[in-house]
Ligand binder design. Structure first.
Ligand SMILES: [Zn+2]
Length: 327
């Protein structure tokens, strides 16, 4: 009898434990759902948002976004080459004079503001690393100045050739007005103290100097790229110029340098990719993409918001490359 009672009691304990375990589980499960949102509800919400966002962008709000981008436009990635000349009235704004701030060979060394800030940081770091004798030789050149240089060259050929041939000959040596990157205010020619004592400080030998080497290895950290390298001359239309650096902004400079892309290739790459996320050397994360009226996937990206836009470059009429800093 005692044995039977023991078995009965044991059974009761087992059953009780089982039900209390089940009950506890249910309670904690309910708590989870109370604290958070049911996963199936989340996907419904996101789905609705996406539909709303798409509808919004496909309507007149796209015009608003495009207008907004137009108003914010800087031009870090603007392309100036013989196939994409800048207009006579293109001027970089705002513009600053770097002559008193960094070693310059001219009394005035105008640069677009972002390039100005970047070159000051670049010189600070170069000095810290013991690089001396680095000079800025050329910065912003207005269209009118480029015209003067070009016409002088054409005139120098006019006794030997007819006007058209003289122009072609001149264009092999001096950039046709509108096609010089110096008109963007984002291009800088550098040289060294040693080369400045020679008749031509802008020569291929600059790449073998300590200053040229340092720029080659470090300028991307400040948003500059070596713009004309010998392996890209078919694409850029310009032979090797180891002294000519172009400001494009840090994420772009790092991406282009690490992937060996010149500006023409990089712009084509962004247009083909439509959008991509990139984390730079400093741990900053960017969303980079292409926006045009009929082609604007990046606006649907859940990370997209106008407040995060740090640069808008108009690469052609109503065609933009936008850069958003995510963190
Ligand atoms: Zn140059």
């Amino acid at each position: 009898m005692k044995k039977l009672a023991f078995v009965f009691l044991s059974l009761c304990v087992i059953l009780l434990s089982f039900y209390s375990y089940k009950l506890l589980n249910e309670i904690s499960a309910r708590n989870v759902y109370n604290e958070g949102v049911n996963p199936s509800e989340t996907s419904e919400i996101e789905g609705d948002n996406l539909v709303d966002k798409k509808a919004m962008i496909e309507n007149e709000d796209l015009e608003l976004i495009l207008d907004n981008l137009k108003n914010q436009k800087g031009h870090n990635l603007i392309l100036a080459n013989k196939w994409n000349p800048l207009g006579e009235d293109f001027e970089p704004v705002p513009i600053k004079d770097a002559a008193g701030d960094v070693p310059s060979t001219k009394d005035k060394m105008l640069l677009q503001e972002e390039a100005y800030d970047a070159v000051i940081s670049l010189f600070e770091e170069a000095n810290k690393e013991g690089i001396e004798g680095l000079w800025v030789v050329s910065g912003y050149r207005p269209y009118s100045y480029q015209s003067k240089l070009f016409n002088a060259k054409v005139n120098s050929f006019s006794s030997q050739y007819d006007l058209e041939t003289a122009k072609v000959k001149a264009s092999e040596i001096v950039a046709i007005p509108g096609t010089s990157e110096h008109q963007t205010g984002l291009a800088i020619d550098f040289s060294s103290s040693e080369l400045l004592r020679t008749s031509d400080p802008l020569v291929e030998a600059f790449k073998d100097t300590a200053q040229g080497q340092w720029l080659y290895n470090n300028s991307w950290k400040f948003g500059f790229v070596l713009r004309y390298s010998s392996d890209k001359k078919e694409i850029t239309g310009i032979i090797s110029e180891p002294w000519h650096f172009r400001y494009v902004g840090i994420p772009h400079a790092q991406y282009m340098t690490y992937n060996n892309l010149c500006l023409e290739e990089y712009i084509d790459y962004i247009k083909a990719e439509k959008e991509f996320i990139f984390e730079d050397f400093f741990g900053n994360k960017y969303l980079i993409g292409y926006v045009q009226k009929e082609n604007h996937d990046i606006l649907l990206n859940e990370e997209f918001s106008l407040e995060k836009v740090i640069n808008v470059s108009e690469i052609a009429e109503e065609e933009y490359i936008v850069t958003l800093k995510l963190y």
